[in-house]
Design a protein around this ligand. Structure first.
Ligand SMILES: NC(=O)c1ccc[n+]([C@@H]2O[C@H](COP(=O)([O-])OP(=O)(O)OC[C@H]3O[C@@H](n4cnc5c(N)ncnc54)[C@H](O)[C@@H]3O)[C@@H](O)[C@H]2O)c1
Length: 332
């Protein structure tokens, strides 16, 4: 697929474009010749960081506003050819302590984005960043899209609603949207100052600042990971392929690893560091999903997508980035 042909000269809106995945996507789209607009609220609790778009700042339109503001959305959506809808509250623990903020961002705002699309720009092409968190505790592995949906936290419920709205607006109004259920994504630009985005971000900071990585429980929980460039590929392919319209697709990796081995690998790739097992904090244990890894064969079939970056290589690239730019992320 010639992505330059698809996106060159086209108007592309990225919600959450100052965040981890959104900024990497913005960079790729600028390189492909797209006219990129970013909408991001830059609320400090979330992953948005101007450092993420520093190198492309003069080649994107940046609109610092909130997707919960329907008037801003109604205005900004007009004239756009594509919407990559990535703005979200990502912390599972915060969704439990502050469920209404999660509701407003991950569900209500998604509905108002789609209403704005229906009224002002129904021919736009949308890709929504959904999550494997919808499945809850896996009943079998690998988890495919037919797996029961039993979220274990508020965030999973609201992301499910966000995804459902996109699919419904496709079915009922013919708005061309696709949903990708992302697994743990990592790489340069992720939030590393705490575990609000994912624990691996915090691990990168800990290993680089010579503090022990804290692995919860016995460390035997299995996970799969995608390097951010692979996720950006999937987002672009999903927006380009008509076979993907109205579809939900898992992303994932065949490189399945338990968290203890991941900690060891990170220390090894870093060339030093420590890790330790600690008891699960109760608020995390209550919403832990146990082992998870994806069956991502539908994304392979519909998008021709497969991850290209091995974990070892992705960790090395991530460490290299934060070794150079860490202070812009952990603020010291
Ligand atoms: N990173 C992962 O491992 C992962 C896994 C599954 C799903 N996802 C989904 O992918 C999307 C992007 O995640 P990310 O990892 O890049 O997170 P991120 O926090 O870095 O990016 C989200 C962006 O959305 C912005 N945002 C949050 N609330 C907003 C609001 N009300 N108005 C405008 N902007 C707002 C934030 O400032 C941030 O820049 C999210 O929707 C997330 O649920 C990510």
């Amino acid at each position: 697929m010639n992505l330059e042909k698809v996106f060159g000269g086209r108007s592309v809106l990225i919600s959450g474009g100052c965040g981890f995945i959104g900024s990497m996507l913005a960079r790729r789209l600028v390189g492909l010749g797209a006219k990129v607009t970013i909408i991001d609220s830059l609320i400090p609790l979330y992953g948005g960081n101007l450092k993420n778009i520093e190198d492309i700042r003069d080649r994107v339109w940046l609109n610092i506003s909130d997707v919960r503001d329907p008037y801003a959305i109604a205005h900004i959506i007009q004239g756009q050819d594509y919407l990559f809808n990535l703005a979200g509250q990502t912390s599972h623990v915060d969704s439990m302590s502050d469920p209404f903020t999660d509701l407003n961002i991950n569900a209500t705002a998604q509905l108002s984005i789609l209403e704005a699309v229906r009224k002002h720009n129904p021919s736009i092409r949308i890709v929504f960043a959904s999550t494997r968190q919808l499945y809850g505790r896996p009943q079998y592995l690998p988890v495919d899209e037919a797996h029961p949906i039993v979220p274990v936290d508020i965030n999973g419920i609201h992301k499910l609603a966000g995804e459902g709205y996109h699919l419904l607006y496709n079915q009922v109004y013919g708005i061309a949207s696709s949903c990708l259920r992302l697994t743990n994504t990592y790489g340069p630009g992720m939030r590393v100052k705490d575990a609000r985005q994912t624990f691996l971000g915090l691990w990168l900071k800990l290993v680089l600042t010579r503090q022990p990585i804290k692995v919860f429980g016995d460390g035997l929980q299995l996970r799969d990971f995608n390097y951010v460039d692979d996720v950006v590929d999937a987002l672009l392919l999903a927006a380009s392929r008509k076979e993907a319209v109205g579809q939900v697709m898992n992303l994932g990796s065949d490189e399945v690893i338990n968290l203890k081995d991941l900690a060891k690998l990170l220390v090894e790739v870093n060339g030093g560091g420590d890790w330790e097992l600690i008891a699960f904090p109760p608020e995390r244990k209550a919403i832990d999903i146990g082992d998870y890894y994806s069956d991502w064969s539908r994304a392979k079939a519909l998008l021709g997508w497969q991850p290209a970056i091995a974990l070892r290589e992705g960790l090395a690239k991530s460490l290299e980035y934060y070794r150079a730019h860490g202070s812009s992320y952990w603020g010291e």
